[in-house]
Design a protein around this ligand. Structure first.
Ligand code: ADP
Length: 214
């Protein structure tokens, strides 16, 4: 993501294009008593941010988009890949006790359970492990696949999905995160390549506020 705050000169350029567009870079430069070369980076930033559009042999024109429209567009374009974290996976033959240890050691809220082919078969969250520990069951011996939420009930996503869609899914399903998967090349099955959680979405929000387009 690029960091952008419109400086005085950029704001002036927007005003000129608003009043006189379509207008060539040369003419904008004339109005500001600057060279075309000096203006080039500003024009690139304004075009990239969506304030201006450029047409070959016509010039620059004002898109008419407000800061909040541009921000909304930017939010809608964020992909899962930009904010995904490393997944923590455990084998389905692991015990509940081992899963609890892994969750503490790795400091995550959910573990993804894989079979011996490395394919996603389940999810366990903190509450699943608490529930299993509260009963009379022997957590040192019960395999994690007895208590996990299993396929086909797992909601997952791909790197190319939009982060905003994932936010909607987390709210709808009342879960904290999703495994990011890719289709296994050789066999039928899904490999876990990442995880996207409410924390990742919060990070995206903070980054957006930091990159705010004024
Ligand atoms: P917590 O245990 O902290 O409340 P969640 O809200 O994420 O964690 O999980 C609630 C329940 O949903 C658990 O039983 C968990 O196994 C299940 N779960 C978590 N993530 C997913 C997912 N991506 N797909 C399907 N079920 C999930």
């Amino acid at each position: 993501m690029y960091k952008i705050e419109l400086n005085k000169r950029q704001q002036k350029i927007v005003e000129i294009v608003k009043d006189h567009g379509p207008i060539t870079g040369e003419h904008i430069a004339d109005q500001l008593d600057l060279t075309r070369a000096t203006l080039r980076p500003d024009l690139a930033i304004l075009t990239m941010a969506g304030y201006l559009d450029a047409r070959p042999r016509v010039g620059y024109f004002y898109t008419g988009k407000t800061g909040s429209q541009l921000l909304t567009e930017k939010i809608k374009k964020i992909k899962v890949a930009e904010f995904t974290s490393m997944p923590v996976v455990v084998q389905e033959s692991s015990t509940v006790y081992e899963a609890i240890c892994t969750m503490f050691l790795e400091d995550v809220g959910a573990l993804y359970i894989i079979n011996k082919n490395g394919h996603l078969v389940g999810v366990v969250s903190r509450k699943d492990l608490l529930r299993a520990s509260m009963g009379k069951q022997e957590i040192n011996t019960i395999p994690i696949n007895i208590i996990m939420t299993r396929m086909p009930n797992i909601t997952y996503c791909y790197k190319d999905d939009f982060l905003l869609d994932i936010a909607h899914i987390l709210i709808d399903k009342q879960i904290d995160g999703l495994p990011v998967v890719k289709k296994s090349q050789n066999e039928n099955g899904l490999e876990v390549v990442g995880r996207i959680t409410k924390t990742n979405i919060t990070k995206a929000l903070v980054e957006l506020a930091h990159d705010e387009i004024l």
